[in-house]
Write a protein that binds this ligand. Structure first.
Ligand SMILES: *Cc1c(COP(=O)(O)O)cnc(C)c1O
Length: 362
C-alpha cells in the first residue's frame, strides 16, 4: 500500500475472486462459468458493432432494456442494466443501506456482501444458517434493516421458496430486500413477478452463469420504478457508460436466442444430477443444489486436501477457508466430459489415500 491510500480504505478486506491461473490448462470448475460457448447469434452480431466502438454507448441502454423487459416480463422502467450484477449489488448497498440502519444477510453466502458492507461503512448483521445450511426465512421477518439473500444461496445451492421470500419482503415494508438470483436459471423460481406488488424488492440477475457471458459482464436489476431511479442516480454519479457496446450487443443477441440458453441450462441440470449421484456413490455428502455447482464433502479426505490434490491433477474447484464449510468444496457443473475427468481424478485420489491407509495398517 502506498502512503497515499485513504485511511478509510486502508484496512479493507478485498473480495478474492476464484483463481484464474495462467500456468497451465485446468479443467476449470471453480468460478461457475458456463461450459457452453455464447449463442451463434452473439458471434454474428459482434462484427458490425466493432466500427461503432468509436461512439459512446446509449447511457439509457434503451434497446437492451426493451429486450430484457420481454425476457423478465416487466416494463423497461423496471430495469437497470449493469456491468455484471456485482455492480448493481454495489449500487444497492450504496443507495439503500444507510450506515445506521444496516443490512442483514446469511453468514454463509456470497462473499461480496460483506465486502460491500465494509466498503460503505454499513453495519452488517450476519445471520447463521440452520445446521443443514438452509436459510430460516423467519430470521429475516420484521428485521427492521435491509436484507440481501442469494436465492439459490451460494455456495450451498439451497433454494428458498418464493412464498418464504414474500414473507420477508412483506414484513419489512420500510426496508429494501435484495434477492440475488445469479443462479435461478438452474431450477429455481424467480421472485421477479413480486416486483409489481412490492416497491421494496430488488431482484438482481446476471448473464455470467446461465448465458455464457461471464467475460461480457452483463447484469440487471429489476425493481419498482422508484428503486430503479435511485440506482440510476448512483450509476449516473459514478459511471453512466457502465457497459461497453460489444457487451450490450452480445446481451441483446443472447436474449433473442434465449431458447439456446434454456437448453444449455437444462443440460447443466441433467449433468448436475448425474454427477451428484456418482459423488454420493463415492461416499460424498452433498447439499441439494439448485445452482450450476455442487457443494460436497467426503468423510475420507478434508476439503482442503481434496482441493489441493485436484489442483495438482489439473482440476480446479473452489475451497473456502471458513471453519463452518471447511470440509466442503464447491464444484462447478461443467460439461459431461469435464465431470467425467473430475470423477476419475477423485476416484484415483481416494484410492491412493485408501492404499496408504492400508499399508500403514499392516
Ligand atoms: C457470480 C455471482 C454474482 C456476480 O455475478 P456477475 O458476474 O458480477 O454478474 C452475484 N451473486 C452471486 C451469488 C454470484 O455467485
Amino acid at each position: 500500500m502506498s502512503r497515499f491510500m485513504s485511511q478509510r480504505f486502508a484496512s479493507l478486506d478485498e473480495y478474492v475472486p476464484g483463481e484464474q491461473p495462467l500456468d497451465m490448462q485446468y479443467v476449470k470448475l471453480n468460478t461457475n462459468e458456463s461450459p457452453f460457448p455464447p449463442s451463434p447469434l452473439v458471434y454474428m452480431r459482434m462484427g458490425d458493432e466493432i466500427s461503432k466502438l468509436k461512439l459512446y454507448p446509449d447511457p439509457n441502454y434503451s434497446a437492451l432494456r426493451k429486450s430484457a423487459a420481454k425476457l423478465f416480463k416487466v416494463k423497461p422502467e423496471n430495469i437497470i442494466c449493469v456491468n455484471g450484477s456485482d455492480e448493481v449489488l454495489s449500487f444497492a448497498f450504496m443507495a439503500f443501506c444507510d450506515s445506521g440502519k444496516g443490512v442483514a444477510f446469511p453468514s454463509i453466502s456470497y462473499g461480496f456482501y460483506d465486502v460491500f458492507a465494509n466498503l460503505y461503512g454499513i453495519k452488517a448483521k450476519k445471520i447463521p444458517l440452520r445446521e443443514d445450511f438452509s436459510i430460516c426465512a423467519d430470521d429475516y421477518c420484521d428485521i427492521g434493516c435491509n436484507v440481501v439473500i442469494a436465492n439459490p444461496n451460494a455456495p450451498t445451492g439451497i433454494l428458498l421458496s418464493v412464498e418464504e421470500i414474500e414473507k420477508i419482503i412483506k414484513s419489512n415494508p420500510d426496508s429494501v430486500v435484495v434477492i440475488d438470483e445469479a443462479y435461478v436459471d438452474f431450477g429455481g423460481k424467480s421472485c421477479i413477478p413480486l416486483v409489481e406488488k412490492y416497491d421494496n424488492l430488488l431482484v438482481t440477475r446476471t448473464f455470467s452463469k446461465s448465458h455464457s457471458l461471464a467475460g461480457g459482464r452483463i447484469g440487471f436489476g429489476i425493481a419498482s420504478e422508484g428503486l430503479i431511479s435511485d440506482l440510476n442516480k448512483i450509476r449516473n454519479s459514478t459511471n453512466p457508460y457502465n457497459i461497453n457496446r460489444l457487451s450490450v450487443t452480445a446481451a441483446i443477441a443472447a436474449i433473442e436466442d434465449n431458447e439456446y440458453y434454456v437448453k444449455n441450462c437444462r443440460s447443466i441440470v441433467e449433468i448436475r444430477g448425474d454427477a451428484s449421484r456418482r459423488l454420493k456413490e463415492l461416499g460424498f455428502e452433498l447439499t441439494e443444489s439448485f445452482a450450476n455447482f455442487l457443494f460436497a464433502k467426503s468423510p475420507e479426505i478434508s476439503g482442503e486436501e481434496l482441493y489441493l490434490e485436484l489442483k495438482k491433477s489439473g482440476v480446479l474447484v473452489r475451497h473456502f477457508n471458513n471453519p463452518v464449510i471447511n470440509d466442503y468444496n464447491r464444484i462447478t457443473v461443467g460439461s459431461a466430459e469435464q465431470m467425467q475427468i473430475l470423477l476419475d481424478v477423485i476416484v484415483r485420489i481416494l484410492n491412493d489415500k485408501r492404499s496408504i491407509k492400508n499399508q500403514k495398517g499392516i
